[in-house]
Design a protein around this ligand. Structure first.
Ligand code: NDP
Length: 255
């Protein structure tokens, strides 16, 4: 099965697409001819991305203002996306991490991480599922979790807890929405090289972490392409409630 072909013409909404993996997933979908709607808070970055998506071959491209932690913003964004074209696939990618020890996390920061990573997934998923259920249309949700939903390291206690919750929410939503033809799965990436973590992975602790990955390298965004397309397309038509780890073996590293 050609995974690219099966996303062609589908309308994909990617949250948190103004940078990093979200931008990468949006470009991947565009290269395979999907209609792509990108959403985040930094609208200026999205406008530039929309031009790129059209050049890459998207069947259509649009940008939306979206704060995933705000119910009114999520409702407005989903309605606008539906007006563009009926939505087929939601990618819950928006996320933030705290990078500081648990004892230094203030309540505001805790709230921001939980509201973005967990409440955001809940708001976007339930919003999209209501649209699909009411319209009697099938739908696909891909949640971007993390290997930190399964294992822990220092200075990401709240982040890790939210990602574990996203894995469990994926299963719970899959169970409830299978009857509506809505599939919900998650992708749990390991450490992926991005601009934001480049300095850390050149430092001694960063290099030590890479040595603990069995494949001895960081992931590249492209390493996620196959598993992402699998979950986003009919290639995974009998999968729901699953979480696929893509981490070069990091979670199975020796004790
Ligand atoms: P980035 O910081 O590059 O991107 C995060 C994106 O989320 C930005 O586009 C940001 O856009 C958006 N965002 C943040 N808060 C909100 C909000 N309230 N509403 C809407 N959008 C928001 O991070 P990554 O690309 O690295 O991470 C993307 C996802 O992948 C996250 O869920 C992360 O947990 C996950 N992940 C990343 C890994 C990695 O190694 N990079 C590994 C495992 C998982 P804006 O500020 O414009 O709103």
């Amino acid at each position: 099965m050609d995974l690219g072909a099966s996303i062609q013409g589908r309308h994909v909404l990617v949250t948190g697409a103004s940078s990093g993996l979200g931008r990468h997933f949006a470009e991947l979908c565009a290269r395979h001819g999907a209609r792509v709607t990108v959403a985040a808070r930094r609208r200026d970055r999205l406008e530039t991305l929309v031009e790129d998506l059209r050049r890459l071959g998207a069947a259509g491209a649009a940008a939306l203002d979206l704060d995933v932690s705000d119910a009114a913003s999520v409702t407005a964004a989903l309605e606008e996306a539906e007006r563009e074209a009926p939505l087929d696939i939601l990618v819950n990618n928006a996320g933030i991490a705290e990078s500081r020890p648990a004892l230094d996390v203030e309540e505001d920061l805790y709230d921001a991480v939980v509201d973005t990573n967990l409440k955001g997934v809940w708001l976007c998923s339930t919003g999209a599922a209501r649209i699909w259920r009411d319209a009697k249309r099938p739908g696909v949700i891909v949640n971007i979790a993390s290997i930190l939903g399964f294992g822990v390291t220092g200075s990401v206690s709240v982040y890790a807890a939210t990602k574990a919750a996203v894995v469990q929410m994926t299963a719970a939503h899959a169970l409830e929405w299978a009857r509506f033809g809505i599939r919900v799965n998650a992708l749990a990436p390991g450490y992926i090289a991005t601009e934001m973590n480049a300095a850390f992975f050149e430092s001694d602790p960063g290099l030590a972490m890479i040595r603990r990955i069995p494949t001895r390298r960081l992931g590249q965004p492209e390493d996620l392409d196959g598993p992402f397309l699998l979950l986003a397309t009919d290639a995974s038509r009998w999968m729901t409630g699953s979480c696929i780890t893509v981490d070069g073996g990091h979670l199975v590293s020796a004790l």
